[in-house]
Design a protein around this ligand. Sequence first.
Ligand code: CP
Length: 308
Amino acid sequence: MSTLTINHLLGIKYLNSKDLKLIFETTDHFKEVINRKIKKVPSLRDVTIANLFFENSTRTKISFELAQKRLSADVVNFSSSVSSVSKGETLIDTVNNILSMKVDMVVIRHPSPGASVFLANNVDSCIINAGDGTHEHPTQALLDAYSVKEKIGDLKNKKILIVGDILHSRVALSSIYAYQKLGAYVTVCGPKSLIPKYIESLDVKVETDLLNGLKWCDAVNMLRIQNERMSDSYFPSVREYVQQFGLNKKILDSLNKEIIIMHPGPINRGVEITSEVADSDQAIILDQVENGVAIRMAVMYLLASKLY
Ligand code: CP
């Protein structure tokens, strides 16, 4: 059986193109499983997984939990707001206490960049990063790339545009790594204040004109403005942001070609994307969510095979 080169999923940075191919092939299989009448398989029957969410989540948390249940794993859920973290317990103590109850795998979302790497270096368990601050969100990038590949085929030489708040986005960095490892070209687009200075060192082009970017690309990922991570004002007003970087039907119709439209969610309707576009046939936003369950099943199944 083929195996991953990694023992944890901490970021797309640590995967190679063969790992991505294996994850996608395994996802194809699990996608077929979750579309059956009986959606459950016994693959992780003896595996216990803890979902530790130190930050809010709708899609990622539900998707991981559903994926674990479809694989017949035993699941425990932890939410920092109702835990002893608020009494001053450290992250390592929290996780080691949970692991002493014989947990095999930890899925963690945390506001601090590097939290999952820190855990992988300090506790004895398989760690999956479900989003660490502004750093990486690997399963989101995997499900995005899988979803666009499903629509337009092999991503080699395809052109992907990522629009919006690149500076605060963990989806952007994971996606850049994923698309490049799959042979695609990536351009980022947004206000200069929301483009990190290191971006060109990643062999990514920068575009500040949305129409130019859209004319260039085969698929666009519209990112959310992450107000919760902003301590300063990065653009004059939401109205001006929408005028320059909001995706609407008029600008799409002016392209004379069909492009794939993605959004990782949650959507600010009327800001980064209008409802008309988000709900159009060109948008694959709900396909992304559906594929997220199969991607996470594949990741956990492949990592679990390395546990014993
Ligand atoms: N895409 C994403 O991470 O969504 P949630 O914050 O709802 O998990």
